[in-house]
Design a protein around this ligand. Structure first.
Ligand SMILES: Nc1ncnc2c1ncn2[C@@H]1O[C@H](COP(=O)(O)OP(=O)(O)OP(=O)(O)O)[C@@H](O)[C@H]1O
Length: 321
């Protein structure tokens, strides 16, 4: 992994965010552009699994190129100088933006964000990768209202295997069952996010991991179309299917992208994947943290900080407003 853009070539300024694994600072690169520099906490580097997750995030962020994945400009995946320089989003994560701004997004803004995320997932799935952590905390929206999916720490290539993980509010039933994740698990998480953005409520509620597990595995949320009648039928239907308990009933991310673009009055074109993006696939390198396994152990649960917990330790079951 090249690290010509080593940390010393950035001028660091104020702290703009703090997660469980890293501190994020506003910085200026050698060309005078503002970037967000993510630096792992000392505790992250001290724990092998956490350090590997960070290294995975840096490598994949720099390998992938897609307009709706948070772009990486440079970084060092491992060692005491580990960091990644990212596209800077002044509004922070979508979860924080929604919490801060009193005004909800319009239907059109929401459909555009969702179409962008479906496009990013469609790209990852086309490459044989699974994101595993689609949630509002990992979505960034720019001044033009265009969205990008970030945090590729848990992303892995299916052919190479990876550790199954997810965030309890967004995690698909098969993951609660202890099965492998797949593109369909990302689609499920996108379905949760869609429901949340279009209704203001998450489809599955619970105060503990067990309550959420029961909800995801056995409950059926009120149809999205009953809660928000403005949502075009085709979008509501696909969003509901995305939450199907059975993997085989869920649509692809690309079908969701197409429905959203059609609802926005556009004619969805085929996504063009540059051939060089294929080179994003690692050559014989294990991107996930573990080799494939037929039946993975309990999933690693990704912290789900409520926006109001920024800077404090994670409370996974704190109800987000
Ligand atoms: N590219 C960015 N532009 C602007 N702000 C950012 C960017 N990336 C991260 N942030 C801010 O930093 C905060 C922490 O980032 P992030 O959630 O990625 O950290 P993390 O330590 O990897 O998280 P986790 O708790 O999931 O391990 C975000 O909530 C957001 O406020």
């Amino acid at each position: 992994m090249p690290d010509q853009n080593a940390l010393s070539s950035y001028t660091l300024s104020r702290v703009i965010g703090r997660g469980n694994t890293s501190l994020v600072r506003l910085a200026t690169n050698a060309q005078g552009q503002q970037v967000a520099v993510k630096i792992p906490h000392a505790e992250t580097l001290a724990v092998q699994d956490a350090a590997e997750l960070f290294g995975n995030e840096v490598r994949l962020t720099l390998q992938f190129r897609h307009p709706h994945l948070v772009q990486g400009f440079g970084g060092t995946p491992f060692g005491p100088q580990a960091f990644v320089a990212l596209q800077y989003y002044p509004h922070g994560a979508l979860s924080e933006q929604l919490q801060r701004d009193g005004t909800p997004l319009t239907l059109e803004q929401t459909l555009r964000i969702l179409a962008d995320l479906a496009s990013a997932l469609s790209y990852l799935h086309h490459l044989g990768a699974v994101h595993q952590d689609v949630k509002t905390q990992n979505v960034y929206v720019n001044e033009e209202g265009r969205a990008a999916l970030g945090d590729l720490g848990n992303t892995y290539f299916i052919a190479q295997g990876g550790k199954v993980s997810g965030s309890p509010y967004y995690m698909a039933p098969e993951i609660y069952h202890g099965e492998s994740s797949s593109s369909a698990s990302d689609v499920y998480s996108l379905g949760v996010l869609t429901y949340e953005l279009l209704t203001g409520e998450r489809p599955f509620q619970g105060h503990t991991y067990e309550e959420l597990m029961v909800a995801h595995m056995t409950r059926f949320p009120q149809p999205l179309s009953h809660l928000n009648m403005q949502v075009p039928r085709s979008v509501a239907r696909l969003a509901e299917l995305a939450l199907a308990k059975r993997i085989s009933e869920r649509p692809s991310a690309d079908a969701i992208r197409r429905a959203l673009l059609t609802a926005l009055g556009e004619t969805p074109a085929d996504e063009i994947y540059e051939t060089e993006q294929k080179a994003a696939e690692p050559a014989g390198r294990l991107v996930g943290r573990h080799g494939p396994s037929a039946r993975p152990a309990a999933p690693a649960v990704t912290p789900d900080p409520g926006p109001d917990t920024a800077g404090s330790r994670w409370n996974p079951f704190k109800r987000r407003k």
